[in-house]
Write a protein that binds this ligand. Structure first.
Ligand code: UDP
Ligand code: MG
Length: 313
């Protein structure tokens, strides 16, 4: 039997929070009164997380656990959870209870009303450092400028997605995954749900600066080709600047002003400009190769009407 709801919970060394996480999620899900499964993805934890998860699944038939052989990272863990989920709606939530499970019923309500992606949007971030807050703000602004698809700000991976949207993301084989972007890219009806992000319930963040930086760079490189346009722009600029300088020097020369070694400078500008320009052309091809390599679907059909139904031609 397929459950109505699948909850995906990535866990990396979360031994102190897992039991409470399971308790609070179960309370909320029982309250909804529909079938559900809790899919915990043990992302290669090195503490007691796998043992606790196995115990939980022994005592609670709702619990399913995917154990990774090695740490694959948060985005990969969530991807696996979504792959294993069989529910009509899938909720992605952190194990550390920073995203309050109590928001889920509200998400479900919106989903029932026909919204296919209900993403949590942070109204406040409790217990986050000044540094994290500022870098996040700056990053979202940069993303908005670099990408044509408008990505929602202050949005993490906490969200409810309809099976149909999950299927689209399942069909996107890219390795560098920026899931919030991929869900946004899929289209369909998407709505934010404001919530207050809590402090980490216990333990500490597993997102090191390095992991955060990687996620940030993945976000930009997976959804924007604009950085690749830089060489062409610079190339055109320097070539024109060099040619104009040459023209000025020519006029100066003809009117008898000494130009000295300025010729060399002008020549350098034109030469570097052409090199950058050629790099820009190569970047144009690379950007096409990259688009192809991502292997994303060309279009996403939400529904069709008027076609004969399967089996009754
Ligand atoms: N996580 C994971 N693999 C990792 C790092 C984190 O599965 O390599 C999980 C972690 O257990 C938690 C969620 O991803 O459920 C968010 O991580 P964390 O709370 O450490 O990040 P933060 O909230 O500080 O951004
Ligand atoms: Mg957290």
């Amino acid at each position: 039997m397929q459950p109505v709801f699948s909850i995906v919970i990535p866990c990396y060394n979360e031994e102190i929070v897992i039991t409470d996480c399971h308790r609070r999620l179960s309370e909320v899900m029982q309250g909804l009164g529909e079938s559900y499964e809790l899919i915990f993805v043990n992302d290669g934890s090195r503490d007691a997380t796998p043992v606790i998860l196995d115990q939980l699944s022994e005592n609670d038939p709702h619990v399913r656990v995917v154990h990774f052989a090695r740490n694959g990272g948060h985005q990969i863990a969530v991807t696996a959870g979504v792959d294993y989920a069989s529910g009509e709606a899938i909720v992605i939530i952190d194990a550390d209870l920073q995203d309050p499970p109590e928001v889920i019923p509200e998400m479900v309500e919106r989903w029932r009303a026909g919204v296919q992606v209900v993403y949590g949007k942070r109204r406040s971030r409790a217990g986050e450092t000044w540094f994290k807050e500022k870098t996040a703000e700056l990053y979202y602004r940069l993303m908005q400028n670099l990408t044509d698809d408008k990505f929602p700000r202050d949005t993490g991976d906490f969200r409810l997605v309809d099976k149909q949207v999950a299927d689209v993301v399942r069909a996107m084989p890219e390795h560098s995954r920026y899931l919030r972007g991929m869900f946004a890219w899929a289209g369909f009806k998407q709505e934010p749900l404001l919530y207050d992000r809590d402090k980490r319930f216990a333990g500490e963040s597993h997102y090191s600066i390095r992991k955060m930086l990687k996620l940030a760079i993945d976000g930009i490189l997976s959804f924007s080709n604009k950085p690749l346009k830089l060489p062409l722009i610079l190339g055109v600029f320097w070539t024109i600047a060099g040619l104009v300088t040459m023209l000025v020097l020519l006029i100066m020369n003809l009117t008898g002003y000494p130009v000295g070694l300025w010729w060399l400078a002008a020549l350098m500008m034109v030469l570097s400009g052409s090199i950058l320009g050629v790099l820009g052309i190569i970047a144009g091809y690379i950007s096409r190769i990259y688009e192809e390599a991502k292997g994303r679907p060309l279009y996403i059909v939400e529904r069709t009407t008027g076609f004969p139904k399967e089996g009754q031609q």
